[in-house]
Design a protein around this ligand. Structure first.
Ligand code: ATP
Length: 894
């Protein structure tokens, strides 16, 4: 099978012949062969940054430059041990950063791959959904508004199909497609009978034959990958980078000052002072911090994915932690999207329908008396319309009934089947000539049918306002009479007040030769058949999630396409609001921005709201300084999803366009997953804060120890090489363990974080100073104790360095909770990674103290049990003092 490049000049029959396919789709035996022959429908990945580049990038950091210069100068001064240790620190820190960031990148890629594009195909005569990468030439593919075209298609059936091909042609106005062949020399933008892979369907529907896949598609030829740039930087990491640079400058300044002070005032040798300054700089700079933060974010992404919230852009992880308003749609997100028609209102009576779920068995009753729809002309006509004006299919698998397609339509199909009509037979006896697909902008769907005797009929179903305004008659007892709009509006209010969705159904007979359906023909003159009421129960887990969001100080807004009364009833049932006041899209329209800003603060329900209203609502909320998470699914939701701080698309019913505009995708369309993501977001932020609160005082303690020694004119209690050792060991073990801290119990009981508060709060600065001072006192104290007991300088230094590490170990336990006490089982043992990290450090320290090779390298010596006892006591004292400080802080509420 060769592949001509002039598909656009061919007729559909020619394409079918060339690709050996039919409108019924390929047969299964053809598919495997073609997949082998043509390969997966995937674009080649762009060249990734190689491992060498990623490794080298680790050295691109002010601190590392400082260290490399220090290593060079110390080597020139003849201090090969110090120089060797500095080189080792550089290499090990870079290596750990390289490995951990590699892991973080992989984790984020893995999550991204969960969002593979899907395509609807017809194969073996059946319509089904498959991953787009499994498409092969000859497949019949169905596309509709919001889809990205999954491969290059030759179109043969379209309805108002508009496709935006800016990606290929640069033209952002959508192209109206057609099915007729075009001239051979037509440029890409004029090949109207083709849909090109990667282009966006902005309106309508179409069906086409796959002609090219993967790298052979037009987009495959001009570029490789459409996906966004992979990045591990976020506003927070950037802010911290700046902070790091500022800190480096300040530290270098202090180190220089200390060196000059030691040399001139205390008469130390310049070489010694230089080494001390290097040690001081290295001790004070938190080189592990950037890696720790990236890792904390990546872990957040993974945890969120486990809770069905897939992050598409890393910054969303931290933004989620400060979300103050969630705007959610209703159907499927707050409710289960398992629809059942329970009420049918005709002009004459109200019928109740029994049965659960999609099982097509149930009875019709009126005033508690069973009725047979077969004997009720209006009811039967409504059931017939429900089956015919419908794109869903009912399937039975292992005695379970399910539907494929839109759940609202599924419910109507089941209603039809319950009446005794056989959907398959009916579709054959009254085939569809044409349709106007459902779009949320016009809120209805219409189909045109003819039976074999030539009788034509249009069926229309949709939102009651959309249908009522198009009707002027109604049917009662098989007769046509003038429409009584008040009766219907009243009925609809009553059904909606129970939280049911309502849908009106209308019809109009047409002559035999009428085979094409135009919009303007259904503008008026329809005959209303009845109104159906559909239950869609709230999700239990969403009710809990709404409660927990309220506890967490997050306000909820429901923005739905549904009717105001239905929306209010559901919002009240779910505890979203306590007053049923709502605002509809039509009411929003005349409001100016100031009026809308006031309204969005006080009103929680927005009904019959379209994408343009969503955008205005987000903007109004943001103007009031809210951080907004907003859900959406349609192609037109993209602007509001982009605008929201955390745009959230639906994984199941969402379009590709919505997903691409979003920061986050909910794999299960469930509101509870947003609440979980917020909880994880807050936890990530907490953990980043905890890591900072742990790392900075340890650096502070180390640096102050050196400064104190020089200031007091005593021998340095730790040598620069020893300091470097501590820094390296603690950075790669202890600090990392805080990134996996589980959520604190009250994480969803606090108000959202104010994004304008700096990362380092007053409380944090205080804690950093307080712990740094405790550390220097402990370390220096034991160092002097050993010297006073006539121990050698080596012993005193070994004790001092071990004290520093033990203090850090104890303080790591303190750091698990910022304010809450850790003096309980959960606090001490709750994070096994903290315990592993402490074990590792103990192991390293024993090696550092007792291994001869380490002793000769770092000038350490054996120390006795008594010294260890004193070190542990000092550690425990620091631990208890920090716990005491937490208690006092808690009281003073700093
Ligand atoms: P949400 O925005 O919360 O998901 P929704 O699903 O009700 O709410 P839309 O899909 O925009 O919002 O539907 C709006 C209205 O259009 C519905 O209330 C219903 O009356 C009507 N409607 C929904 N689906 C169909 C359909 N397949 N055919 C005809 N009318 C429909």
């Amino acid at each position: 099978m060769d592949s001509p490049s002039n598909w656009h000049t061919m007729s559909t029959d020619q394409v079918c012949q060339t690709l050996h396919t039919t409108h019924e789709g390929l047969r299964s035996e053809q598919i495997a062969k073609r997949l082998n022959q043509f390969g997966a429908n995937r674009l080649p990945e762009p060249p990734r940054r190689g491992w060498l580049m990623r490794l080298l990038a680790q050295f691109h950091n002010v601190l590392i430059y400082v260290l490399i210069i220090a290593a060079l100068v110390t080597a020139l001064l003849g201090h090969t041990v110090d120089s060797g240790v500095i080189v080792a620190v550089v290499l090990i820190t870079a290596l750990v950063g390289f490995i951990q960031e590699g892991k973080a990148e992989k984790a984020i890629d893995a999550v991204r791959n969960m969002l593979s594009q899907q395509a609807i195909v017809i194969r073996d005569g059946h319509r089904m959904q498959i991953p787009a990468k499994e498409l092969v030439p000859g497949d019949i593919v169905f596309i509709q508004s919001g889809d990205r075209v999954p491969a290059d298609l030759h179109l043969f059936k379209i309805k108002n199909l508009h496709i935006e091909e800016a990606l290929l042609t640069g033209e952002s106005v959508p192209v109206h497609k057609q099915v007729e062949p075009v001239a051979v020399d037509a440029p890409l933008g004029d090949r109207r009978n083709m849909a090109f892979s990667g282009a966006l369907v902005t309106y309508g529907q179409g069906t086409g034959i796959v002609v090219e896949t993967g790298a052979k598609t037009e987009i495959g030829r001009i570029s490789t990958m459409l996906s966004e740039v992979r990045t591990l930087t976020t506003p927070l990491t950037r802010q911290l980078d700046d902070f790091g640079r500022w800190l480096t400058g300040a530290i270098l300044f202090i180190a220089t000052l200390t060196m000059m002070f030691g040399y001139w005032v205390r008469d130390y040798a310049l070489g010694d002072m230089f080494l001390a300054a290097v040690g001081l700089a290295v001790a004070a700079i938190p080189e592990g911090l950037p890696a720790v933060i990236t890792i904390a974010l990546a872990i957040g992404v993974q945890r969120m994915a486990n809770r069905r919230a897939i992050i598409r852009r890393l910054p969303a992880v931290e933004t989620l932690g400060s979300v103050s308003i969630i705007c959610s749609d209703k159907t499927g997100t707050l409710t289960r999207n398992e629809m059942t028609v329970t009420t049918v209102v005709t002009a004459q009576y109200i019928a109740n329908i029994s049965g659960v779920g999609y099982n097509p068995h149930g009875t019709f009753s009126c005033n508690n008396q069973d009725i047979s729809p077969q004997h009720q002309p209006e009811l039967l006509e409504i059931c017939r319309a429900s089956i015919l004006c419908n794109d869903a299919t009912l399937i039975e698998k292992d005695e379970e009934w399910a539907i494929e397609g839109d759940p609202t339509e599924g419910a109507l199909l089941v209603l039809g089947a319950k009446s005794g009509l056989e959907p398959k037979n009916l579709i054959q006896t009254m085939p569809r000539d044409d349709l106007i697909p459902f779009e949320s902008e016009h809120c209805f769907m219409a189909t045109l049918h003819h039976d074999h005797a030539g009788n034509g009929i249009i069926y229309v179903k949709g939102a009651i306002e959309a249908i009522l305004s198009r009707c002027n008659k109604q049917q009662r007892k098989g007769k046509i009479e003038p429409l009584d709009p008040h009766f219907w509006l009243n009925q609809q209010e009553q059904i909606a007040a129970q939280g049911k969705r309502t849908l009106a159904i209308a019809m109009r007979p047409v002559p035999e030769n009428h085979r094409i359906l135009h919009f303007n023909e259904i503008d008026s003159g329809l005959i209303l058949l009845g109104v159906v009421g559909i239950i869609d129960p709230p999700r239990d887990e969403a009710i809990e999630a709404v409660y927990s969001c309220h506890q967490a100080g997050i306000k909820m807004k429901m923005i739905t396409g549904d009717h105001a009364t239905t929306a209010s009833a559901i919002a009240m049932q779910m505890g979203i609001t306590s007053h049923p006041r709502s605002l509809t899209g039509i009411e929003i329209e005349p409001m100016n921005d100031e009026q809308l800003r006031d309204a969005v603060e006080s009103i929680d329900i927005f009904a019959r709201a379209g994408p343009q209203h969503k955008l205005r609502i987000v903007e109004a909320l943001q103007d009031r300084q809210h951080i907004v998470a907003m859900t959406g699914d349609g192609v037109n939701d993209a602007p509001s999803l982009k605008r929201a701080n955390v745009g959230t698309a639906m994984g199941i019913k969402g379009t590709e366009a919505a997903k691409e505009a979003s920061e986050m995708v909910l794999a299960d369309d469930n509101f509870a997953s947003i609440a979980h993501a917020v909880e994880e977001g807050r936890t990530v932020f907490d953990n980043i804060r905890k890591s900072i609160l742990f790392i900075l005082p340890t650096n502070g303690g180390q640096a102050l120890t050196i400064i104190a020694a020089i200031a007091m004119g005593t021998t340095l209690p730790v040598t620069p090489a020893q300091i470097l050792w501590v820094n390296m060991i603690t950075a790669v073990t202890l600090a990392l363990s805080l990134t996996v801290e589980p959520a604190e119990p009250d994480v969803m009981q606090r108000p959202p974080r104010n994004t304008r508060t700096p990362i380092l709060s007053r409380f944090m600065i205080w804690r950093i100073v307080f712990v740094s001072l405790l550390m220097v006192t402990g370390t220096f104290g034991l160092f002097l104790w050993e010297l006073n007991n006539r121990e050698s300088i080596e012993t005193a230094r070994t004790v001092a360095i071990n004290t520093l590490v033990v203090l850090e170990g104890f303080y790591l336990l303190n750091s698990r909770y910022q304010i809450a006490s850790v003096l309980n089982r959960e606090g001490l043992l709750g994070n096994r990674y903290v315990l592993y990290a402490i074990c590792w450090v103990v192991f390293f320290q024993l090696a550092f103290t007792y291994l001869p090779i380490m002793q000769s390298f770092f000038h350490t010596t054996d120390i006795g049990v008594a010294s260890w006892g004193r070190i542990l006591i000092v550690g425990a004292i620091l631990f208890l003092l920090v716990e005491l400080e937490k208690k006092l802080m808690h009281r003073t509420k700093l």
